[in-house]
Design a binder for this molecule. Structure first.
Ligand code: IPE
Ligand code: IPE
Ligand code: MG
Length: 251
């Protein structure tokens, strides 16, 4: 028998995987270290997953890095997360660009410190022509804020006479979200044992499959991603319809 080609994804691998990367603080606390020590370890896990995802058949990867609610954390921790975003882009952007990765940052741009806004724009500009793999990083992102911004955009267009309110449909809303143009996530993973969305992709996850993994984000690796994808492949997605076999049995 021919050896199994590890790079050959199963036919029904999820095309879009979204991850709530949770547990950096607990990872540090368990070692008796200050919470923020967990965040650079979290960046190492990001690198492992970005490396592994394309080989596992994933084409879009969306990572929840900083929520609109995370500003409530102590200033020192917020500053550390900002520093790490800058460091990640400065050290990894050239490699990502060379490898054909297109980077997109989801979330509100106003409210970001100017140096962070600049780095976000640079990451998008430098990779704008790539299409081998799509990496979306949700930063200063909130699902509700994103829906509010889409509603505002629609209202503005209608008020200016550029949009007939009667023509607003689901697609019109989707296109105005910061994920506009991206297919909805097939699989949402959350690490650390918490089982909630915490304001992540509220609209886009209407029919996503959820896998919760009992691992703290800094310990995440290709094997955990593989396990989550295997779990996804056992699921049966129905989108409100009936299972094909049952329809046949019912005549
Ligand atoms: C996720 O890990 C990273 C960010 C939200 C920036 P946490 O920092 O939330 O880790 P825990 O949940 O406190 O362990
Ligand atoms: C969600 O995690 C946000 C990110 C992973 C960036 P949190 O740790 O902020 O969520 P809660 O507070 O446990 O709901
Ligand atoms: Mg957390």
């Amino acid at each position: 028998m021919a050896p199994v080609d590890q790079k050959q994804p199963a036919p029904d691998a999820p095309l879009h995987v979204a991850i709530v990367m949770d547990g950096n603080g607990r990872w540090a606390k368990r070692r008796g270290l200050p919470r923020q020590v967990g965040h650079p370890k979290g960046v190492d896990a990001i690198r492992r997953v970005v490396e592994a995802a394309p080989d596992q058949g994933v084409r879009w990867l969306t990572l929840y890095a900083f929520s609109t609610e995370n500003w409530r954390r102590p200033a020192g921790e917020v500053a550390e997360v900002m520093r790490l975003l800058k460091l990640y882009v400065n050290s990894d952007l050239d490699k990502l660009a060379r490898e054909g990765v297109r980077v997109r940052i989801l979330g509100r741009r106003d409210g970001l410190p100017p140096d962070i806004a600049e780095i976000v724009e640079r990451a998008e500009r430098q990779t704008a022509h790539n299409d081998r793999f799509f990496l979306q990083v949700a930063f200063n992102y909130g699902g509700r804020a994103d829906l509010v911004d889409a509603a505002r955009a629609l209202a503005k267009e209608a008020a200016e006479g550029r949009l007939d309110p009667e023509t607003i449909d689901e697609d019109a809303v989707s296109r105005r979200l910061s994920t506009g143009g991206t297919p909805d996530p097939d699989l949402v993973i959350r690490t650390s044992g918490e089982q909630r969305l915490s304001n992540f992709l509220l609209w886009e996850t209407a029919y996503s499959e959820f896998v919760f993994q009992d691992v703290l984000w800094p310990d995440y690796n290709a094997a955990y991603l593989h396990a989550a994808i295997e779990e996804f492949q056992k699921r049966e997605r129905r989108y409100g319809g009936a299972v094909a076999d049952d329809v046949l049995a019912a005549g």
